[in-house]
Design a protein around this ligand. Structure first.
Ligand SMILES: C[S@@+](CC[C@H](N)C(=O)[O-])C[C@H]1O[C@@H](n2cnc3c(N)ncnc32)[C@H](O)[C@@H]1O
Length: 353
């Protein structure tokens, strides 16, 4: 079992950094929550994401891709890559907005998700890692609810400076132990964490930064779009007293991340300020906005108004089944814009070239 293997490793080598523990819990090939389990981002899974709530999310991303493709100089060479593509619920409507023959690839660590994506895109367009894509391409890279899962180190602001929390194990199970801060973790905190009170907890998102740097490194001309929950350091400061590390299971908050390794989605609020710095250091031009503003700019409000008019026409003609179908479509599309829910997710657009 994963927990016995982790406990044996800690008994042999001593406590491990939290990011290593999280990486094993989520990505262990045999028992990791994402790598080995069933499809997670579906109604029967543990959480529902924007593209699963409404196909308008993928349609709007398709329109964004189309605009980017038009301005790309070589539209025929334009490629769309979704990383963490889940069931394919974003790419399915996105593809309908793009000219036939546009190259579309999906990257997924989950074997169950890759099987679903192969049906949609064909074997050669579904990858387990970004390494199998061309080393350079023009286009759009999308990551919706990926970066909140990338492993984080846990740092605590002590009176004398930064400390880390590593994972130990004894008869009582897994627990956090204080450890000296690794230099790269302290550097990240000094640069990005902002005004953290003593005892405040910071999730150090080095892996998210590395992911963004690698994605931008492959792009000649185009954009990387990251959508997730989180905020800038100023917005996150109110959450530092307890930190934002948590788990999800069955559409609800789950148990402590140290319990039942491999059985839960471990996640944090994404530090978008740190991502903006990484993108700008890599030469990209950035825009940071909310999901509601991003989708409204692409015309989602107008689409919802059009659907409402259609609903009224169907009500007048007495077509109840179609009216209810359109009503449900309106409700789902509005959910994407909800100011205290999905509409408050952040969208980072990092453009190159
Ligand atoms: C919250 S779901 C989001 C799925 C999809 N983007 C959506 O919005 O419905 C997270 C997905 O990311 C995948 N994933 C997690 N870490 C990944 C990684 N490092 N590379 C590729 N996929 C990853 C998981 O397998 C899972 O399907």
């Amino acid at each position: 079992m994963l927990s016995s293997r982790l406990a044996a490793r800690i008994a042999r080598d001593g406590p491990i950094p939290f990011d290593e523990f999280m990486a094993v819990c989520l990505y262990d090939e045999e028992e990791g929550y994402f790598a080995a389990g069933p499809l997670r981002s579906v109604a029967a899974g543990d959480f529902l994401t924007s593209p699963e709530v409404s196909s308008w999310f993928g349609t709007m991303m398709g329109r964004f891709a189309l605009e980017l493709r038009r301005g790309s100089g070589h539209p025929d060479r334009f490629r769309v890559v979704e990383v963490a593509a889940g069931s394919g619920s974003l790419l399915r409507p996105l593809r309908r907005e793009l000219p036939e023959g546009t190259e579309i690839d999906a990257i997924e660590v989950s074997a169950a998700a890759r099987a679903a994506l192969r049906d949609l895109l064909g074997d050669e367009h579904v990858h387990a890692r970004m390494d199998t894509l061309p080393s350079r391409f023009d286009g759009l890279v999308i990551a919706n609810e990926l970066l909140d899962n990338l492993p984080v180190a846990v740092a605590v602001r002590a009176a004398s400076g930064w400390e880390e929390r590593w994972v130990g194990h004894d008869a009582g199970g897994f627990h956090l132990v204080a450890a000296p801060c690794r230099p790269e973790v302290a550097r990240w905190c000094d640069r990005h964490a902002g005004a953290v009170p003593v005892d405040g907890i910071v999730e150090v998102q080095l892996a998210a930064g590395e992911w963004l740097r690698a994605a931008l490194g492959r792009l000649g001309r185009g954009a990387v779009v990251v959508i997730d929950y989180g905020g800038t350091a100023d917005e996150l400061v109110g959450r530092r007293a307890h930190g934002t590390l948590r788990t999800y299971r069955g559409h609800h908050l789950g148990p402590d991340p140290l319990l039942e390794p491999g059985a839960n989605d471990i996640t944090v609020d994404v530090d978008f300020g740190a991502l903006v710095s990484v993108a700008e250091d890599a030469g990209a031009v950035t825009e940071l906005t909310t999901q509601a503003a991003f989708l409204e700019d692409l015309g989602l409000r107008e689409e919802i108004e059009r659907l409402r008019r259609r609903e009224r026409e169907l009500a007048a003609s007495g077509d109840t089944m179609d009216r209810l179908r359109v009503r449900a479509e309106v409700t789902d599309a509005e959910t994407l814009l909800h100011p205290r829910g999905l509409g408050d997710f952040r969208v980072l657009v990092a453009r190159k070239g």
